[in-house]
Design a protein around this ligand. Structure first.
Ligand code: EPU
Length: 292
């Protein structure tokens, strides 16, 4: 019997994942599932559990490299109305995990609410951003999060609030497989003031990062007090090419995928960078991107 019988409209078997990622690379998932409602999501989670099928949540695929061999198990994407909606209540923002960060930033500018500026230009979903505490020079998403709602492997839904909920640099103590929504606390400001910061962040990124290329943003975490990009640059690796994968000339912590690039090329280049930076500068770089 098909383990997802009755759910055929939301389950695709042997589904290529490349089109769901910014890199556009990698193989297929055994199951690609887009639940419409929380109830349906719970059914999916329980069926996976009963049948020992592993679960992965896919956001906008902007910080992700999918292996050429593909992914065993189920990949779930929360992109229906129920998971993507958001609502501002005074200075509080209630937002679904599938919502688009850039849309939130723009809406908060219109409303003159401050707190999301640091997320400008991050092409991610709220769920993905919370999971890895996405951010930049001005801060991260964790600092404006009050609580999140998650679903565990048994399909139970519960809320996790600060101080039990902890964020650190590109890290959050969230172990439940599914983030459903978040409550964020913003502060009152002026639309012009918020817009000014948002514009500054945009211009900074446009000038320093290869934004219109196939990439996954920064590949490595910054070692404490240092920039991984600057270290890779110092090791002389800008422009290094392996197959179709290239260390960006604009920002060395980006690997862009050029024509004919495979996921394996990117992985091998990541290893090469780690080895060379360790050899030249004695520093171990840890990946920031998710590799499936
Ligand atoms: N630098 C170089 N060469 C390079 C890249 C950077 O010398 O090739 C130097 C810059 O000139 C600057 C310093 O390194 O003096 C820091 O660079 P940058 O301001 O670009 O910041 P970063 O630490 O490299 C971080 C985040 C980015 C985020 C930017 C801006 C990490 C790993 N990276 O980069 O996040 O956009 O700040 O806020 O934390 C991402 O997470 O995917 C990402 C791109």
């Amino acid at each position: 019997m098909n383990i997802f019988s009755g759910l055929e409209t939301i389950v695709k078997e042997n589904c290529p994942l490349g089109a769901h990622t910014w890199y556009g690379l990698g193989g297929a998932a055994n199951y690609f599932i887009q639940p419409k409602t929380t109830e349906q999501l719970k059914t999916v989670v329980l069926r996976c559990r009963e049948n020992q099928v592993s679960i992965r949540l896919l956001g906008f695929g902007s910080n992700l490299l999918v292996s050429d061999e593909g992914v065993r198990g189920a990949v779930i994407k929360l992109d229906s109305e129920e998971f993507c909606s958001f609502e501002f209540k005074d200075t509080t923002l209630l937002v679904g995990a599938g919502a688009n960060l850039n849309k939130l930033v723009l809406d908060s500018v219109r409303k003159g609410l401050s707190g999301l500026e640091a997320l400008t230009g991050i092409p991610g979903s709220v769920g993905g951003a919370v999971r890895m505490n996405a951010g930049g020079r001005l801060g991260d998403i964790g600092s404006s999060i009050k609580s999140i709602t998650v679903m565990d492997k048994e399909g139970n839904i519960f809320e996790k609030e600060k101080p039990e909920l902890v964020f650190d640099y590109r890290w959050a103590n969230v172990t439940a497989p599914v983030i459903l929504k978040a409550t964020m606390e913003l502060s009152e400001s002026e639309p012009d003031t918020v817009l000014k910061t948002v514009k500054e962040v945009w211009i900074y990124k446009k000038n320093s990062q290869p934004l219109n290329t196939k990439s996954a943003g920064c590949i490595f975490k910054n070692p404490r007090g240092m920039s991984a990009g600057a270290l890779i640059d110092r090791a002389g690796l800008k422009g290094t090419q392996l197959g179709g994968a290239v260390v960006s000339e604009k920002h060395a912590n980006f690997i862009t995928a050029e024509k004919g690039c495979s996921s394996t090329d990117v992985k091998k280049l990541i290893e090469q960078i780690q080895t060379k930076v360790k050899g030249a500068l004695g520093i171990e770089l840890e990946t920031e991107i998710e590799i499936w």
